[in-house]
Ligand binder design. Structure first.
Ligand code: MN
Ligand code: MN
Length: 315
């Protein structure tokens, strides 16, 4: 424990004061020696409906001040096991999506070369394509746990091939992911054609539509995925709109009939032991989140993901 960064305790400094970092961890500029780097990617120019995710990292950090270091349900003690810090926001170019995606990929190349597991706070889902490009350069094609209301497998949107709705078609085409070990969980809603999800299923993507998961615990699904990925490198991308808008209204493209917060926790906790090489939590849009509940939920989902990273001790 000595020498490891700890979140500032709410018993030492009132929760509403102190730095606006994830869980009030130290903000550091040096990557060496870090096991986990938490970073913000404040971008919303890849979205197709409501904007606002550029404010996501700031608000997720603010709501994360409530989270305490020990996971009372699972026994995870992430900060006693790993050196975790907030490395701030990437300096994206808010006037150019293409340039922003280049900046994200190059930044990830640096982070991954230095060693820490990156955990990103989005940002809209377009940030995940450059992240996966860098991840695949480092680790080869990864297994992908993709929790989302949407499959994000459009070919193009208004002629653009890189948007928040085209990410996983590009990832498939570019060989960044293992298609038969790509799991899309919570997909639902209305489509442009009745076969919108079928092409990705034919690539090998394993799809678990929300309606098949209603009123069910997700421990079993999580455990099956855990077994199926084995010791392959895994990337987890969690779109907050996978949750029902009753739980997470503050997002750009909400869809009714979604997952519950307990289902999200069951799924994540069941993945413990997987070789997770990075993860992100995307699509929190604070302007549509007046209560702060969406950012609070997003912050806790990131914490739960942190709790299952390789090397975390459980007490
Ligand atoms: Mn998405
Ligand atoms: Mn979505």
């Amino acid at each position: 424990m000595t020498g490891r960064y700890q979140p500032i305790s709410g018993n030492d400094l009132a929760r509403f004061s102190g730095p606006n970092t994830f869980m009030r961890l130290p903000q550091v500029n040096r990557l060496d020696g870090l096991d986990v780097a938490i970073l913000g990617v404040p971008l919303d120019i890849g979205t197709s409906w409501r904007s606002g995710t550029r404010f996501g990292p700031k608000q997720i950090r603010a709501e994360s001040a409530m989270i305490r270091p020990y996971n009372m349900a699972t026994g995870a003690a992430p900060f006693d096991s790993l050196q975790v810090a907030d490395i701030g926001d990437l300096a994206i170019n808010t006037f150019s999506l293409a340039d922003s995606l280049r900046i994200i990929a190059e930044s990830y190349d640096q982070i991954l070369a230095a060693g820490p597991v990156p955990m990103a706070m989005g940002g809209d889902h377009s940030i995940t394509l450059p992240i996966l490009r860098a991840i695949a350069r480092r680790h080869g094609p990864v297994a992908l746990v993709h929790v989302d209301a949407h499959a994000d497998v459009n070919d193009e949107m208004f002629g653009m091939r890189e948007t928040h709705g085209t990410v996983f078609r590009r990832a498939y085409e570019e060989g960044l992911i293992q298609p038969d070990r790509t799991y899309q969980i919570g997909i639902r809603g209305t489509g442009y054609s009745a076969g919108d999800f079928a092409e990705a299923a034919a690539w090998g993507f394993q799809q678990f539509p929300a309606h098949q998961l209603w009123h069910r615990g997700l421990e079993k699904l999580g455990a099956e995925i855990r077994r199926h990925v084995g010791d392959r490198p895994v990337y987890v991308t969690f779109d907050i709109d996978s949750l029902d808008p009753a739980f997470a209204p503050g997002t750009g493209t909400p869809e009714i009939g979604g997952l519950t917060t307990p289902q999200a926790l069951q799924l994540i906790r069941a993945l413990r032991g997987a070789k997770i090489v990075g993860c992100d939590l995307v699509e929190v849009s604070p302007p549509y989140d007046p209560s702060g509940n969406t950012a609070l939920t997003g912050a806790n989902i990131l914490y739960e993901l942190l709790c299952i990273l390789p090397g975390v001790e459980h007490r």
